[in-house]
Design a protein around this ligand. Structure first.
Ligand SMILES: C[S@@+](CC[C@H](N)C(=O)[O-])C[C@H]1O[C@@H](n2cnc3c(N)ncnc32)[C@H](O)[C@@H]1O
Length: 108
């Protein structure tokens, strides 16, 4: 694979890159999030909610690093977190997340 500014080599039929290095390139994520609506890389929030929920207060300030297209921020919001910041290196992920949250009446 070439430098990180080049488009990673995506398999046409899946979103799995042909090399692990592709995960380091914003263009891989942009391309992936253009095609993919929603995906949870870890477990969905319900699987570890019991670990987080007891620590949430209306004053909690949460930072979700590399939010992608996960639904975790909506789940955290449903559990009472108000101040959640989602960031991602993919502009596609950020734009889509903003749009999704706005459509639910949340500030994107
Ligand atoms: C494996 S996915 C996880 C997405 C989501 N958190 C989940 O659990 O489903 C990794 C995410 O981190 C983002 N990412 C990778 N490197 C990053 C960086 N340096 N700063 C911000 N986001 C980054 C990618 O764009 C991608 O959305």
């Amino acid at each position: 694979m070439g430098s990180s500014s080049q488009s990673p080599n995506l398999d046409d039929t899946t979103t799995i890159p042909t090399t692990v290095k592709a995960y380091l390139t914003p263009s891989y994520w942009d391309e992936r999030f253009t095609k993919e609506e929603q995906y949870e890389w870890f477990k969905d929030y319900s699987r570890f909610r019991h670990l987080i929920q007891p620590h949430l207060t209306p004053h909690s300030s949460l930072l979700e690093l590399g939010c992608g297209n996960s639904q975790m921020c909506e789940e955290l919001h449903r559990d009472g977190a108000i101040n959640i910041t989602c960031i991602d290196l993919s502009t596609v992920a950020v734009e889509r997340m903003q749009k999704r949250l706005l459509s639910q009446g949340l500030k994107g």
